[in-house]
Write a protein that binds this ligand. Structure first.
Ligand SMILES: [Zn+2]
Length: 184
């Protein structure tokens, strides 16, 4: 059985607050039940760590400041983890580069739709996806930051069981805005 991975293996103290942040700890950026279960060493390299730190500083903290606590369902997933059958992601996902996080708000009455809308209007992002919003309670906001200002006209994507497609904010709100408030 694989020994428990230590901080020294990661190159960061997982219990520390991420540099330049107030709320997020390193372990939140690499945590994965699937990795633990299957003994996958989900350890970022230095470049990936720096990307994760920028993601936490420029995306996660501003969302935290706006909406209160948010849960990072998953951020970094190396290729081995991301392509594992229990995750089913691609080799080229932004998660494998350390530039993407899947998040949900924890504060009462804050919806995923609100987080997504605010991020769309206020943050520099590289990728913004309403993931599985069609499952009403299980969806999450996927947001990626690659260190640059966002490209003008970059569209929100909607990922459902039917696939991924660009979508207008107004259409997303029509589809999921109201139902989500009811279910919150
Ligand atoms: Zn994601």
């Amino acid at each position: 059985m694989q020994r428990t991975l230590k901080n020294v293996d990661y190159g960061r103290d997982l219990n520390s607050i991420v540099i330049g942040c107030k709320h997020f700890r390193y372990r939140e950026l690499v945590g994965s039940e699937v990795a633990v279960k299957h003994h996958i060493k989900n350890i970022p390299n230095e470049q990936q760590w720096q990307s994760l730190e920028a993601l936490a500083q420029k995306v996660l903290e501003p969302i935290r400041a706006q909406f209160g606590a948010i849960k990072v369902l998953s951020a970094f997933r190396n290729v081995q983890l991301n392509t594992h059958s229990e995750i089913g992601g691609s080799k080229t996902s932004n998660h494998t580069r350390g530039i993407a996080a899947d998040i949900v708000p924890l504060a009462p009455k804050v919806t995923r739709m609100q987080v997504l809308e605010w991020a769309y209007h206020n943050l520099d992002f590289w990728e913004l996806i309403a993931e599985r919003f069609d499952s009403k309670t299980k969806g999450w906001v996927h947001i990626a930051y690659n260190g640059t200002r966002r490209i003008a006209g970059l569209k929100i994507l909607s990922q459902t069981s039917g696939g991924v497609k660009p979508i207008e904010l107004a259409q997303l709100q029509e589809l999921y805005g109201e139902s989500e408030v009811r279910h919150a």
